[in-house]
Design a protein around this ligand. Structure first.
Ligand SMILES: [Fe+2]
Length: 265
C-alpha cells in the first residue's frame, strides 16, 4: 500500500514582481500558490509516503528561482520527487534542489519506493518546448525500465502527456509529438500500471486510453481550460489551484483532488 500526493506546475519565481503578460491580471504571484500548498499539505490528517512534482517547478530557468524553490520545497516533511518541465532548468534543479535524500530530481529514472517501481521520463526533448519529440534513446530507456519492473504495480510520471484528448489545443500544441510510441509501450504493460501522472496542461484531467489511466493535476498558480473545439490556451478563472491524493491499495488506484483557496491579486 502506498499513499502519495501529485503536485505540478508551481512556477515558483525569485522575482517578487513576476507576472508575465500572457497571464490574466487576477492571477497572483505563483509563490502565493506554492505557499498555500505547503500549508495545506502540512495540515493533512494522514501520513504520506512522498510528494511527486511533475514539473515546471520554477517559472524561468534562472538560478534565483531555484533558491526560492528550495526554500519552499524544503518545508515539506515528506520526500519530494521532482521532474523538470519546459519552464525548468534541469541543471539548476540538479545543482540547487537535489540533495539525494529529501529532495530528489528525476529525469529518465527508475527507482523503487516502498517496493513500488516509479519510472519517470524527462519529456523535454527536441522541437517545440510545449510539444516535444522524445529521442529514440529515451523511448528505449522507457521500454527497458517497464520491462525491468516485472509484475509490480508501477507508477509512471512525466511532464508532458503522450495521449490525445479530443481537445484540439491540447492535442496539437501541448502533447508529446511521438506520444504514440510511448503509448505503445504503456499499452504493453497496462496490467501493472497504477497510472501515468503528468502536468503541463494546468488542469485536472483523467484520460483512459487502451486500459491506461492518465492523470493531470491542477497547477498551484494559474489554471487553463480544455473543452471540445478549443484551439488555443484559455485561462480558467473559476478553478482554484490544487493537488491530488493518490492511494494505491491492492493494485487499485484511488485519486482525490484537493482544492487550495482561490487566490486573487
Ligand atoms: Fe506549467
Amino acid at each position: 500500500m502506498l499513499t502519495f500526493l501529485h503536485i505540478s506546475d508551481t512556477h515558483i519565481s525569485g522575482d517578487p514582481e513576476y507576472h508575465p503578460p500572457w497571464i490574466p491580471e487576477y492571477v497572483p504571484h505563483p509563490n502565493r500558490g506554492a505557499e498555500s500548498l505547503v500549508t495545506a499539505i502540512d495540515q493533512l490528517p494522514f501520513e504520506i509516503d512522498f510528494i511527486l512534482h511533475t514539473g515546471d517547478v520554477c517559472a524561468d530557468p534562472h538560478e534565483a528561482d531555484y533558491h526560492c524553490a528550495r526554500e519552499l520545497l524544503s518545508q515539506f516533511r515528506q520526500p519530494v520527487f521532482m521532474l523538470p518541465g519546459n519552464h525548468d532548468s534541469a541543471d539548476y534543479m540538479q545543482a540547487i534542489l537535489h540533495d539525494g535524500a529529501k529532495l530528489q530530481v528525476l529525469r529518465d529514472a527508475h527507482l523503487e519506493v516502498k517496493s513500488f517501481p516509479l519510472i519517470t521520463l524527462d519529456t523535454n526533448g527536441p522541437g517545440d518546448v510545449h510539444a516535444p519529440t522524445l529521442r529514440d534513446k529515451q523511448i528505449d530507456f522507457f521500454a527497458d525500465a517497464l520491462d525491468a519492473a516485472g509484475d509490480q504495480p508501477t507508477i509512471v510520471a512525466m511532464h508532458h502527456s503522450p495521449i490525445e484528448t479530443g481537445v484540439p489545443w491540447l492535442d496539437d500544441h501541448m502533447r508529446i509529438q511521438n506520444g504514440d510510441r510511448v503509448q505503445r509501450i504503456l499499452r504493453a504493460h497496462r496490467d501493472k500500471l497504477v497510472g501515468v501522472f503528468h502536468g503541463h496542461i494546468h488542469q485536472q484531467t483523467a484520460s483512459l486510453g487502451d486500459g491506461v489511466l492518465y492523470i493531470c493535476c491542477p497547477s498551484t498558480w494559474s489554471n487553463l481550460s480544455g473543452y471540445p473545439g478549443l484551439g488555443d490556451g484559455v485561462a480558467d478563472p473559476l478553478t482554484p489551484g490544487g493537488f491530488n491524493l493518490v492511494m494505491i491499495r491492492d493494485g487499485r488506484s484511488f485519486v482525490r483532488r484537493y482544492n487550495l483557496p482561490l487566490l486573487r491579486r
